[in-house]
Design a protein around this ligand. Structure first.
Ligand code: DGI
Ligand code: FE
Ligand code: FE
Length: 195
């Protein structure tokens, strides 16, 4: 995309996200976009795509849970059992649909990165891993288990970093007794076997 066009797109999308998200979520969003762009430079991925993916990844996060379920039905998004229990899980697939329908993103790589930014999936593309990792390591994240280790690996190996984050997420979900989404499980198995 032409530089001028891209600048305008980013400016417009940033304004939309500032309106759509609460203050903390907006701050997180801007930080994920920056982090994802830096990681993209390291891994030879288009940094503009990574920035836009970061900018929109949580665009459905501040929608009320009841509304998330309604929108999921409207857009034929499958609702897994864990998502029924915790509709917040829907913000990723719903965010991907809204990125396309409301915010005019047509790039399938960006849409897919948004779709899988919460659960991950087996055999992710570099852009998908970058968004997943940037979401976890951005500077405003409160200290999570293994965060320092994930940060130090983020610019060394995407696959190893995925393993560390998945391990941390699994232990967090286990402690809180949350139901595992089948996709989170598959992602875990895949990346554990890989490293
Ligand atoms: O939207 P963010 O807070 O920036 O981050 P995110 O999209 O990774 O969402 C994180 C939340 O999703 C966190 O509370 C853990 C939860 N989560 C991730 N995988 C699963 C899950 N929750 C359940 N119940 N099952 C999962 O497999
Ligand atoms: Fe999210
Ligand atoms: Fe996020």
């Amino acid at each position: 995309m032409q530089k001028e066009k891209w600048d305008k797109q980013v400016k417009d999308l940033t304004r939309c996200m500032e309106k759509e998200l609460d203050e903390k979520r907006f701050r997180h969003t801007m930080s994920v976009a920056q982090t994802a762009a830096c990681m993209a430079m390291r891994y030879d991925v288009d940094p503009y795509k990574a920035y836009v993916a970061g900018l929109l990844h949580d665009c459905a996060k501040c929608i009320k849970n009841k509304k998330k379920l309604e929108l999921a039905e409207m857009y034929d998004i499958p609702v897994s059992a864990p998502a029924k229990e915790n509709p917040d899980l829907l913000h990723a697939p719903l965010g991907s649909v809204l990125a396309k329908e409301r915010y005019g993103i047509t790039d399938p790589e960006i849409l897919s990165a948004i779709m899988y930014h919460t659960t991950g999936k087996p055999n992710m593309t570099k852009l998908e891993m970058i968004l997943y990792i940037a979401d976890y390591i951005e500077i405003h994240r409160k200290m999570l288990p293994l965060l320092e280790r994930a940060r130090s690996l983020a610019f060394v190996s995407l696959e190893e970093c995925m393993c560390v984050i998945l391990e941390s997420t699994l232990s967090y979900l286990g402690k809180n007794g949350a139901m595992l989404d089948p996709m989170t499980k598959e992602t875990l198995t895949y990346y554990n076997n890989l490293n």
